[in-house]
Design a protein. Structure first.
Length: 345
């Protein structure tokens, strides 16, 4: 495999900015979901299934359109990679629950994108993870129900040797957070084994908001095992400017630039922020950035700068579209930054 993602499988339910006409709704939605204290705008809040259903019912009553999209941070990155037209061999490790809306099951989605899912465990007894993504007063707030994703620790324990071998044979492993109390420890042990088996496999780690806000020793250890730590400026500060491997890099995203931190050096790549009036949906923009970075690293490990520039271009394009509606333009954007894909291996 070229890139294997390890992360949650969610159903993202997205409200685009234009759907709400700029009207702040988060406080009213939180009231109907009975969330106490109210969620912080721009953050992520864990909610139970009853709260999700109450929120969806209120949004339907108010006539707010929701765009359902298969999601999860690592999945979003693999989805974008599949749409680049690079002929990459992609795989995924996760747990898949059932959809509450009767949308396509995760296995059909993965198959349709050509993503190998032999190590995605089915869990039909539980709902899939659900992420209600609400645009409110210029901020994107995530209300997340973990669902079947809480089974990742058990899945890793039961098939540890098989999963470790699968990851160690990949060129790049991209790991994102699971909001499972035991998930961090299970993934730390797994990545340590991958590192022991294969020094050539690149490990990319995106801890996201929740793991960065309250980093456990396992989260910090995974950052230290990683070749590339992918965070935004706030997450970088929350992690205490966490270290990667000795020769690794922290790739830190800010609104107007990307900084690549290596021991003793910082490289800066400026870009022009998209005006708020042109932002339709920020959900998964960081994951799309990761796809551009990883595509360049797979093509040539020396192309980190090209990966940052490609990732920024893809993220800027994605911001203009709700969900994956703009992904059809990714192939042309990638062609401007990367050499033609190698012949099939």
């Amino acid at each position: 495999m070229d890139v294997v993602g390890v992360g949650a499988l969610n159903l993202d339910l997205i409200t685009g900015a234009s759907a709400l006409n700029g009207t702040p709704v988060l406080a009213r939605l939180a009231g109907h979901m009975r969330l106490r204290p109210p969620p912080v705008s721009g953050g992520e809040r864990m909610v139970d299934e009853a709260a999700v259903r109450a929120g969806l019912e209120w949004l339907r009553t108010e006539g707010v359109p929701l765009t359902p999209e298969p999601g999860g941070s690592a999945f979003n990155t693999l989805h974008a990679l599949a749409r680049l037209g690079r002929g990459l061999r992609l795989g995924y490790v996760s747990v898949a629950g059932r959809s509450p809306l009767g949308t396509d099951d995760p296995f059909s989605v993965l198959d349709g994108l050509g993503i190998d899912r032999r190590l995605v465990a089915p869990d039909p007894a539980r709902l899939c993870g659900i992420c209600l993504s609400v645009y409110d007063d210029g901020e994107r707030t995530l209300l997340t129900h973990t669902g079947a994703n809480t089974g990742i620790a058990g899945h890793v324990r039961e098939r540890f040797d098989e999963i470790a071998g699968y990851l160690a044979a990949a060129r790049v492993v991209h790991v994102t957070s699971f909001l499972d109390p035991d998930g961090g420890a299970a993934l730390h042990r797994l990545l340590a084994e991958v590192r022991r088996r294969s020094a050539r496999t690149l490990i990319s780690f995106d801890p996201g908001h929740a793991w960065s806000a309250e980093p456990t020793p396992d989260v910090l250890a995974m950052a230290a095992l990683s070749d590339y730590l992918l965070v935004n400026g706030r997450e970088f500060a929350q992690l205490g400017r966490s270290r990667t491997r000795r020769d690794g890099a922290a790739v830190v995203k800010y609104p107007d630039r990307v900084e690549v931190h290596r021991p003793g050096t910082v490289e800066r790549y400026a870009h022009r922020p998209l005006p708020d009036s042109q932002v339709e949906d920020a959900t998964g923009a960081g994951d799309v950035f990761a796809a551009g970075l990883l595509a360049a690293l797979v093509a040539d490990r020396a192309q980190l700068g090209a990966g940052v520039r490609l990732g920024s271009a893809l993220a800027g394009h994605k911001l203009r579209h709700v969900g994956a509606r703009g992904h059809g333009g990714f192939r042309a954007i990638a062609a401007d930054f990367l050499r033609p894909p190698s012949p099939a291996r």
